[in-house]
Design a protein. Structure first.
Length: 725
């Protein structure tokens, strides 16, 4: 039959698999090392058959058929080839299940028939056969007997094979093979032709980035699955992990190249990775805790962030969301009447949203925002006021801002008093409102009217007379006091859902998490100090090790025992509304990206045509926002529209000449909690009375207003609590 059928020595074949494998095997006892060399020789042999450019299709099928029969013979102790005879002793000594060897042959056989994979489900079967089955045999030769070692081998095998797929895209394309799931390619508008030709498109880079995180998930999961008592036995595979993880990171750093020389580790890199892994195991560095099954209630920003952090860390995550799309109050939806994608509410991000910015940078989403200096155009009637943050170190940048609100004579002492109060670190009395605190600092009424009232409405969705002074002061400190960079505006260039919610939801899916839309949770089942399961409206019972409740506070209150303190706190937070309007005119109203109106029922106007670079095919698009809109919501939509148009004409005279083409109104009655002095102190912490139940949401006690940054912060804290539990 030739050398492929087992006449080449197992040592020669194993050497072909790479020096990192050969080096990793040296940590094994000699007997097991020799067994692994024989087994890997078998793996190399059948893989070479499928990949050989010298064999015809018929010859490959004949060679693989030989090995299928040889496996049956060696289990009868009748192996006919030298390699088969070597393998015969191994399977008997280490009790290797016959099915695993057949799976390996079936895996390489797939390369003869299958060159495309419709979805990841089909690709998983291939990965299991060519990588996970190899790992399952290997751990038996290593001497592992703990049942969890099988799960470890499966996860690590997936990580290894996904890394190989990322590295070999160009090489596989040269053989007309594509191991990227076709449905995921379609999701990113990547064509087979582009992959085969090696065309690097933005969509392909995004897809490869998610494949990278998929591999990372399996690496993290496998590390959590190492049984403590098997660490010595698994040292060889952990040495291999060190090399493969470094290779994966090198692929990311180089931008996942698919043309040119294949990315590999240098000898020095391999040695360093093997040495680090060896000493880590020798020193018995503490392993992360076993992976947990976590259910997250709600796919708003807080729930998505908690879920993605846990999925990245190797945990199994399910997200239950009652709506048909992710994002909660920071989502986007498709309006069929207007044939346009719109946000459920217009949002401004600030430079001080450090956790949000870190998230955007980590997931390569920062290109979807534009960062502008804080240069606000405020319209006081038809008088235009510009407020710009100075490019100076803190606190001088804020003092420059305040200096624009009046003459030096009127400016100096109030500004210094405010700076002194902010800098001394003493929080206001918890019963004070923001207005009372500002007046205690003897701030001019003009400053309060023109600067602090619009700022308070935008950041807390409350007026100064209602907002907690402590919350207001903390908000000023973070956004206006820290640095000039923290004062910058971060404006999405895409619909809000495309900026954060949808990419994060997609990443959860790529990291083996699941999101179930249209699933409303109606009941918590509690057993002592733990939550046992949750029940959905259709009667399904969902169990988990840990639960994170990231529902809005009013919805969460319905799940908790009515007499509990947690339910009382949630019910007591109140609600403050926001009115969002989308308007299209036949001509531009302004060249400003954002305009604020002083002493007006309309607070902000966003130039969507400019911000999103929209073609004016449907007209020039604007979003208008009214915070604390409870009074506005009482009116009919035609009345609301008349009020808004009247305010636009009062502040922007060009509106009188423009024709309104179409409009859409979105009213959110529970946009944020009412964080008044009385209610701010009732915000619940992440920790609850149940040891496996955690809270996340911008309404929890983050110390921040109910913003995207607050949601991200709470989601990451909830994920951290699950990790530590």
């Amino acid at each position: 039959m030739g050398g492929y059928s087992g006449e080449i020595s197992s040592k020669t074949l194993t050497r072909r698999s790479g020096s990192n494998l050969a080096t990793a095997l040296y940590c094994l006892p000699r007997r097991r090392q020799e067994a692994m060399i024989i087994f890997y020789g078998f793996c190399r042999c059948v893989d070479d058959i499928a990949d050989s450019p010298l064999l015809s299709r018929e010859e490959k099928e004949r060679e693989l058929a030989f090995w299928k029969e040889e496996i049956e013979r060696l289990y009868r102790k009748e192996a006919s080839s030298p390699l088969g005879q070597e393998l015969q002793e191994i399977v008997e000594t280490y009790q290797i299940p016959k099915e695993l060897l057949h799976e390996i042959v079936a895996g390489v056989r797939m390369d003869l028939d299958i060159q495309r994979y419709p979805s990841f489900k089909e690709l998983q079967q291939y990965c299991y056969r060519v990588a996970c089955a190899v790992g399952l045999v290997s751990i038996r030769i290593f001497g592992c007997s703990h049942p969890q070692a099988n799960d470890y081998a499966h996860a690590l095998g997936m990580a290894f094979q996904l890394t190989n797929i990322l590295r070999d895209i160009g090489k596989d394309a040269a053989s007309n093979r594509i191991y990227l799931p076709l449905d995921e390619c379609k999701e990113f508008s990547v064509t087979e032709s582009q992959i085969l030709k090696g065309e690097i498109t933005p969509g392909l880079r995004d897809l490869l980035f998610l494949q990278y995180w998929r591999a990372r998930h399996y690496f993290e999961r496998s590390l959590r699955l190492i049984p403590e008592e098997e660490r010595l036995n698994l040292m060889a595979s952990e040495l291999m992990r060190g090399c493969y993880q470094r290779l994966l990171e090198k692929l990311r750093q180089k931008g996942f190249p698919i043309r040119g020389a294949k990315v590999n580790l240098s000898r020095g890199e391999k040695f360093w990775c093997l040495a680090k892994a060896y000493w880590r195991e020798k020193r018995k560095v503490r392993l992360p805790r076993s992976p947990k099954n976590v259910v997250v209630l709600g796919a708003g920003i807080a729930g998505l962030v908690a879920a993605v952090r846990l999925a990245q860390a190797g945990h199994k995550v399910k997200v239950l969301e009652c709506k048909a799309y992710p994002g909660g109050r920071a989502a986007s939806f498709w309006d069929h009447r207007l044939q346009v994608k719109l946000d459920t509410g217009q949002h401004i991000l600030l430079g001080c949203y450090r956790r949000t910015r870190s998230l955007l940078e980590e997931f390569r989403l920062e290109r979807k925002i534009q960062i502008l200096p804080l240069r606000l155009c405020l319209m006081d009637g038809q008088r235009k006021k510009r407020i710009q943050v100075g490019r100076l170190p803190s606190p001088w940048h804020l003092l420059v801002t305040l200096s624009q609100l009046g003459s030096p004579k009127d400016f100096l002492f109030p500004a210094l008093r405010l700076a002194s109060s902010l800098g001394e670190g003493k929080e206001p009395d918890p019963t004070l409102t923001a207005a009372a605190w500002l007046r205690a600092q003897r701030q001019p009424e003009e400053w309060i009217r023109v600067l602090w009232q619009p700022f308070c409405l935008a950041s807390t969705n409350l007026g100064l007379e209602e907002c907690s002074a402590r919350l207001f002061r903390r908000t000023v400190l973070r956004s206006l006091w820290s640095s000039e960079e923290d004062c910058r505006l971060l404006l999405p260039k895409v619909p809000l859902g495309e900026l954060l919610a949808e990419p994060v939801a997609r990443l959860i899916r790529f990291c083996s998490g699941e999101i179930f839309y249209g699933t409303k949770v109606t009941q918590l089942v509690v057993a002592g100090d733990h939550v046992k399961n949750v029940v959905s409206s259709d009667g399904h019972v969902i169990e988990a090790d840990h639960f994170i409740c990231a529902l809005p506070w009013d919805a969460a209150a319905q799940l908790f025992p009515p007499e509990s303190e947690l339910a009382y706190r949630c019910r007591s937070l109140g609600r403050s509304s926001i009115l969002n309007g989308y308007l299209w005119f036949d001509r531009p109203l302004t060249k400003e990206p954002v305009i604020g109106f002083v002493d007006s029922p309309v607070h902000w106007v966003f130039n969507r045509t400019l911000l999103h670079d929209l073609p004016p095919t449907q007209g020039f698009s604007y979003a208008v926002v009214t915070s604390r809109a409870d009074k506005c919501l009482a009116g009919s939509l035609p009345k609301l529209e008349r009020i808004v148009l009247s305010e636009l004409q009062r502040h922007l005279p060009t509106t009188g000449e423009a024709k309104l083409l179409q409009s859409l109104w979105f009213r959110c009655r529970s946009a944020t909690p009412e964080l008044t002095p009385e209610r701010e102190v009732l915000r619940p912490p992440c920790v609850t009375g149940w040891k496996n139940f955690w809270l996340a949401g911008d309404w929890t006690n983050t110390g921040l207003p109910a913003t995207i940054e607050g949601a991200v912060t709470s989601g990451e804290e909830a994920a951290m609590r699950v990790e530590e539990a």
